[in-house]
Every structure is written in structure tokens, then in C-alpha cells.
Design a protein around this ligand. Sequence first.
Ligand code: SD4
Length: 338
Amino acid sequence: MSKVSRRSFLKITAGLGAASSLAPLRSLFSGSPFAGLSAAPLPGSGAGKKPLVISTWKHGIPANDAAWKILSAGGPALDAVEAGVRVPEGDPSVNGVGYGGLPDEECRVTLDASIMGPDGRAGAVAFIESYRHPISIARKVMETTDHVFIVGEGAEEFARKQGFSREELLTEASREAWVKWKQGLSDKDDWFPKDLDHDTIGMVAVDAAGNLAGACTTSGLAFKIHGRVGDSPIIGAGMYVDNEIGAAAATGKGEEVIKTCGSFLVVEGMRQGLAPREACKRALERIIKRHQGKPAFQVAFVALSKDGEIGALALQEGFQYALAAGGANELIDAEHLL
Ligand code: SD4
């Protein structure tokens, strides 16, 4: 097993249909054509549209709905992102997050999460088992301790003391996927099941008061080595917020995002005056360069500036993000660089 290369770890999610039943959002935006979208204007020129929430993948739609309830009532972005990402955490049909997340190579579901608010405080947990909502445990780390990051058994003990209850997170569907993966193991490089989606949720939001927050939660790469932690719980890698500038979140191969401080890099790009989409592009180009122009994996970012301008960009085709503003909530095929 350990000899097997993990090079093609990520399944790049193939195109999914737009899922929102709400009014199309694209009409809110004006600007140049958005590659990959048929005759759709570029989301990202919607400066000043507050509140607003953007999140990764198709499960971002119901997550945005939950966040929007809070944002549209004038509530804080921090509450919105926590409530938002709790939706896929609790949904067993989402196999990249929380309950029902795909297990590691030992068939154990281990979760990572991070949260960051407008005051610059942050909290994170990683390699935590048996708790459905790691994002809320991460928030407790942020709000009840002067630590930022607690992992493994220590994080589980912290959660227990905070009153969270333990439960089995492995669903029958996830166990069956693990069995199938185990049976298909070989020392060739293409052993990863081709029909699996595995999608972290990263969410960033700006509230009516103009404050920013972000959250990111995941079960990490499917069938990962026991103990492996990705980018999602690492502040500045999987997610980052600077209330003066903007916020960003990542999905995809976490190792590459960690090595480039991805979300921090996106926010720093915005600090230097780049639009969110251009800041995502610059961070992805850093990854492309490190792989001689041909990275064979997916990484994608969603980003939001302080004034409500958004950007989303992926290395590869297939990434989708959900954008909610002005009462609409829409799934959008992201532009990709390769
Ligand atoms: C990780 N970035 O653990 C996560 C995986 C992911 O969609 O985004 N999956 O590396």
C-alpha cells in the first residue's frame, strides 16, 4: 500500500447541472464574458453587492442557503459561514465532508476544519474522529482558548469537554467505497476509483456591515494515509480572512495548497491591488510553475474582496462554485487555466 503513488489522488468532478431553484444570479453582474459560461457575464464585477456568500462545489448551494438566512437578516458573516458549512457536514450524501465523509486507508473517518473571523481570530481542528461538526469545534477553539489549532486525540478530548457528542461517522456507502478501493489496490498509479467525487467545502462571506469571515471543512483526501492532514484546517492554506482586504478558500490537492500558502497568497494578491479573480490566477500560476506547466491534479480557489467583488478559478475543468447574493443562489462552472 505505502508503495502506491498518490499522484492521481483527486478525482476531478465532472460537470454538474446548475442546481439552484432561485432566480439566476448572473443578471446581477456586468462585465466581460466568463470563460466556460455560455454568454454569461463575469461574476466578479459585482462590487458593492453585500451581503454575499461564495462556496465550493455543488453542496455550496444548500450551504449558501443556510448562510444566506443569517446574512439576509443582517447577521454576522462568522455565524453565516459556520451555519453554512454545517449543512454538508451533516449530510451523509456529501462524501467529502463530515458525516458520510470517505475514510482514510484504515477505514477511519478523520476530519479537518478551520474558521476565521473579521477580528483576525482563527480556530482549527485536524485529524479529529467521531464528531460530525468539526467547524463548530474549531469555532470553540477560537472563542474559548488562546490557541489556534488542536489536533487528534487532544481535539477530541477538547470537543468532549465542550459538550459535543461522539458518533459513528462512517456510513454504509462510505464503507462500501473503501472496500471497493481496497479491492482495487495495485502498484500501478491508476488505482483510485474513477467514479468518486470528493469535495471539501470552503466558504467565504461578507455581511451587510461589510465584515468578512471564512470556513473550510473536509474529510480530506479519500483513503489518505492515517494521520494525513491537508490544507483545509491550516490558516492561510485552505482558508484565510483579512477584514481589511478580502478572504479566500481552497479546494483540491491540499499538499500543493500548503506548499504555496494558497489562500494567504490570494488575499495578499488582493492587498497588492489585484481583483479576486486575478489574485486566484496568480496563486494557481505559482502551482503550475512548480509542476513545469503541467500539474496533473486539481486545485481551485474562491475569493471575495472587502467590497464584495468575487473571483473563482481552477487549474482543471470541472470545478463549480455556488454564489449567493441579492436573494439568488446559483451554481457556476468555474473558469480553468489548463
Ligand atoms: C485536502 N483540500 O484535504 C482537501 C481535499 C479537497 O475536495 O479539497 N477535496 O487536501
